[in-house]
Design a protein around this ligand. Structure first.
Ligand code: ADP
Length: 273
C-alpha cells in the first residue's frame, strides 16, 4: 500500500470518522453517567435532612411532645435540618445557574478589602464561638480596587473565609492577604488550621466532596461551597489555587484584574479644588 493508494485513503477517512463518532459517543456516555451520579448525589443529600426532620417531628407526634424538654430539643433539631435543606437548595440553584450560564455577570470596580471586612463582621458570631481572629494584610493598604461582580465575589469570599473559620482551629487566625501587581491583585485567604491532606487537594472543588463527611455535615456544610467558588472564578476568567500543609494551615488564592479608576478617586480633584 502506497501513499497514493485510494483504498487506504478511504480506509483512513472511515477510520477518522469512526474514531470521531466513537469520541462523541464516549463523551455522551460520560455526560449521562455524570448526570446520573449527580442525581443520585442530590437525592442522597436531600434525604438525610428530610429523614432527620421527619424523625424528630414524628417522634413528637407519637407522644414525646408531652415532655417539655424533649419537645424543645427535638423542635430545634428538626428546624436545624430544615435550615440545612434550605441552604442546600439555594447552593444547588446558584451552582446550576452558574453552570448553565444563566447568571448575568455585572463586572464593575469593587473594593475587595472592604468586602473582606464586611464579611468579617457578618461572621463575627461564629468567629467568637471559636475564638478566631480576623485580619487583612498588609496593614497599610486602605483600599484594594478590582474588577469583579460584587454579589458573586461576596459569595466567593464568604465561602473561603467561612471555611477557614469552620475548618480552622479553636483560637486560630484567618488572614486575607492582598498582593498588588501591575495589572492584577492576588487575594489569599489563609488559616492556621489542620490543613488538607495532599490526596484530597484536587478533589475538594468537586461538588459534594468532603474530606470528613460527618464532621462537615455537623459543621453545616453542603459540600458545594468550593464548587461554587470555582465556577464563579471561572466566570471571572481566573482560577483558584490551594496550598496546604498538615498542621500549618491552608491558603486559597486567586487573581483579579485591578480596577485603576476607583469611583471615589474620580471625585477627588473637584473636592480638592
Ligand atoms: P462544605 O460545604 O462541606 O464546607 P466546601 O466545598 O466548602 O464544602 O469544602 C469541601 C471540603 O473541603 C470541606 O468539607 C472540608 O473538608 C475541606 N475544606 C475546605 N476549606 C478548608 C480549610 N480552610 N481547611 C481545611 N479543610 C477545608
Amino acid at each position: 500500500i502506497t501513499e497514493s493508494n485510494p483504498l487506504k485513503t478511504i480506509n483512513d477517512e472511515i477510520f477518522v470518522y469512526v474514531t470521531k463518532k466513537q469520541k462523541e459517543i464516549d463523551e455522551l456516555k460520560k455526560l449521562e453517567l455524570f448526570r446520573r451520579e449527580f442525581l443520585a448525589d442530590v437525592s442522597h443529600e436531600f434525604k438525610t435532612p428530610i429523614f432527620a426532620a421527619q424523625g424528630f417531628i414524628h417522634t413528637l407526634l407519637d407522644g414525646a411532645m408531652d415532655d417539655e424538654n424533649v419537645r424543645e430539643r427535638f423542635l430545634i433539631k428538626a428546624a436545624k435540618n430544615l435550615d440545612s435543606l434550605d441552604v442546600l437548595v439555594k447552593d444547588l440553584l446558584v451552582l446550576s445557574q452558574m453552570e448553565t450560564g444563566d447568571i448575568k455577570m455585572n463586572i464593575a470596580p469593587i473594593d475587595i478589602r472592604l468586602l473582606a471586612l464586611n464579611i468579617f463582621s457578618r461572621l463575627e458570631n461564629i468567629a467568637k464561638d471559636k475564638d478566631v481572629t480576623f485580619k487583612v494584610k498588609p496593614d497599610e493598604l486602605a483600599e484594594v480596587w478590582v474588577l469583579a461582580d460584587a454579589d458573586r465575589m461576596e459569595q466567593v469570599m464568604l465561602n473561603l473565609i467561612e471555611n477557614a473559620v469552620k475548618y480552622g482551629n479553636e483560637g486560630g487566625k484567618v488572614i486575607v492577604h492582598f498582593s498588588e501587581g501591575k495589572k492584577f491583585v492576588e487575594i489569599a485567604v489563609r488559616d492556621n488550621g489542620p490543613g488538607i491532606p495532599h490526596e484530597h487537594l484536587n478533589r475538594i472543588f468537586e461538588r459534594f466532596y468532603r474530606i470528613d463527611k460527618s464532621r462537615s455535615k455537623e459543621i453545616g456544610g453542603t459540600g458545594l461551597g468550593l464548587a461554587i467558588v470555582k465556577h464563579i472564578l471561572n466566570a471571572h476568567d481566573t482560577k483558584i489555587a490551594v496550598m496546604s500543609k498538615p498542621e500549618k494551615g491552608t491558603t486559597f488564592s486567586f487573581k483579579l484584574e485591578k480596577a485603576y479608576i476607583s469611583p471615589a478617586s474620580e471625585s477627588i480633584p473637584e473636592a480638592a479644588a
